[in-house]
Design a protein around this ligand. Structure first.
Ligand code: E4P
Length: 226
């Protein structure tokens, strides 16, 4: 399973990229708002992320509410850079805009997906990526991972070669809160987990690793002091 980072923060993206294990970036309107960016700076900011992550897919979300608005904004966003993926919401307008943009060769990431039926509709409408949300289920005491398992099972056993520009659909486990979400997503066959920096650090660190590193350093200090 590949790792995307779920942030619009350039410093976080640069740090995660420096680890050599980053395969892409996802953003959303809330993550952009967290950067304190202004409306007029949104597209230049998405371009900065795309340039920082040249060759890696960077999802930039449309905030339009109509088919026409989503298509127009999607064309603008995808024209910013070849690695920009247009994120659209799972609704009637999002499906129609997804089909229109996919027919123009634009890669679409269908977001705010909470069921296998939504995922199937999105894949048929030409979505290149589908983002089932896990954590927001857990936030309301439901089981997001079981929904993710349904999405993976339904999407993985079908040939989507004639539905979108790349002829394949990848599932991005989204709304990730914990390392267990990452592990379970990988075990059930999600293609990607998009993970916020806080959870990425929890995936990276382990108390036994940290203790082992400290004891190696202490023992080596004895060697160098002899
Ligand atoms: C990613 O594409 C989603 O927008 C993101 O993972 C949502 O995460 P949240 O549920 O923590 O807002």
């Amino acid at each position: 399973m590949k790792f995307f980072i779920d942030t619009a923060n350039l410093d976080e993206i640069a740090e995660a990229k420096s680890w050599g294990c980053l395969a892409g970036v996802t953003t959303n309107p809330s993550l952009y708002a967290k950067t304190g960016g202004k409306l007029e700076d949104f597209e230049p900011h998405m371009l900065k992320i795309a340039e920082l992550c040249e060759g890696l897919p960077v999802s930039a979300e449309s905030t339009a509410m109509t088919v026409e608005g989503m298509v127009e904004e999607g064309r603008r966003l995808s024209a910013l850079a070849p690695n920009i993926v247009v994120k659209l919401p799972m609704c009637e307008a999002g499906l129609a805009a997804c089909r229109a943009l996919a027919n123009e060769g634009v890669r679409v990431n269908m977001t705010l997906v909470f069921s296998a039926t939504q995922a199937l509709l999105a894949a048929n409408a030409g979505a290149r990526y589908i983002s089932p949300f896990v954590g927001r289920y857990d936030d309301i005491a439901l089981d997001g991972l079981s929904q993710l398992a349904d999405v993976v099972a339904c999407i993985k056993n079908y040939d989507w070669s004639d539905k979108n520009p790349d002829g394949r659909v990848e599932i991005i486990a989204a709304s990730i809160r914990t390392p267990n979400h990452v592990t379970q997503a990988a075990l059930m066959g999600a293609d990607i987990a998009t993970v916020p920096m806080k959870a990425l650090k929890k995936c990276l660190h382990h108390p036994l690793t940290d203790a082992g590193l400290a004891s190696f350093a202490a023992d080596w200090a004895r060697v160098t002091s002899n």
